[in-house]
Write a protein that binds this ligand. Structure first.
Ligand SMILES: C[S@@+](CC[C@H](N)C(=O)[O-])C[C@H]1O[C@@H](n2cnc3c(N)ncnc32)[C@H](O)[C@@H]1O
Length: 205
């Protein structure tokens, strides 16, 4: 049976495709709250793709970044962006939420355009795991799509079809993000939207 949520096939074209459709909005949105990350933080990134989020994160002088990416090809591209000297700072792990290093406690969890691949019942488990790894006072930087108007909803439908075909993602539609954040007792501190409301970034605590 084909593996679910496997982005290997499109890793090579992912960034070009996302730029073609959304311009710089994907990068702007996923870095929206990075300036608020305290220096010397222990950071966990889930599903960072080819690693475009890493450069701005390194500027926050983190203690360490754990970079958990399920696609081997995405991970190879992320690693290639960084010379050897910075990799001591970044713990690249090929894996998923089940591979969060035990006993690690993070000040920051980042989920950039990754939680949308899960069905609601699975997403709650993923988010509970991430929440368990987050310090009580830690922050969670969430970025994803939201249905805003008919055009946005149509685009989201097309994207789900595309990622179902190319990456066998398990979800068929956007999960109930707000509901799940409430379930893990996270409150929004700040919100920014991009692309006329199609993309939302939220800083949760
Ligand atoms: C839609 S892409 C977003 C990539 C990147 N964050 C961006 O915005 O350009 C989703 C990424 O999440 C990764 N992914 C999917 N499920 C995952 C999981 N359970 N754990 C870690 N990474 C996952 C995929 O391999 C893919 O790289």
């Amino acid at each position: 049976m084909k593996q679910v949520n496997n982005f290997d096939r499109i890793a090579i074209i992912y960034d070009s495709l996302s730029k073609l459709v959304f311009g710089n909005n994907i990068q702007k949105a996923q870095t929206a709250f990075i300036s608020q990350i305290p220096f010397n933080s222990n950071i966990l990134v889930l599903g960072g793709g080819t690693g475009n989020i890493l450069k701005p994160l390194i500027k926050r002088s983190p203690q360490q970044i754990t970079y958990l990416e399920a696609s081997k090809r995405m991970l190879i591209r992320a690693k290639a962006q960084f010379p050897r000297e910075s990799t001591a700072l970044i713990n690249f792990i090929h894996g998923n939420e089940l591979h969060i290093p035990r006993d690690e406690c993070y000040d920051v969890v980042i989920t950039p355009f990754v939680l949308d691949v899960f069905r609601d019942d699975h997403l709650l488990k993923v988010m509970s795991r991430l929440n368990k790894a987050l310090n009580q006072n830690g922050v969670w930087l969430f970025t994803d799509f939201q249905g805003c108007n008919w055009y946005g909803r149509l685009l989201i439908k097309i994207m789900y079809r595309f990622f179902k075909m190319t990456s066998n993602i398990e979800a068929d539609r956007l999960p109930m993000f707000n509901f799940h954040f409430q379930s893990v007792h996270k409150r929004p501190l700040e919100v920014q939207t991009f692309c006329n409301g199609l993309i939302v970034s939220v800083l949760y605590r």
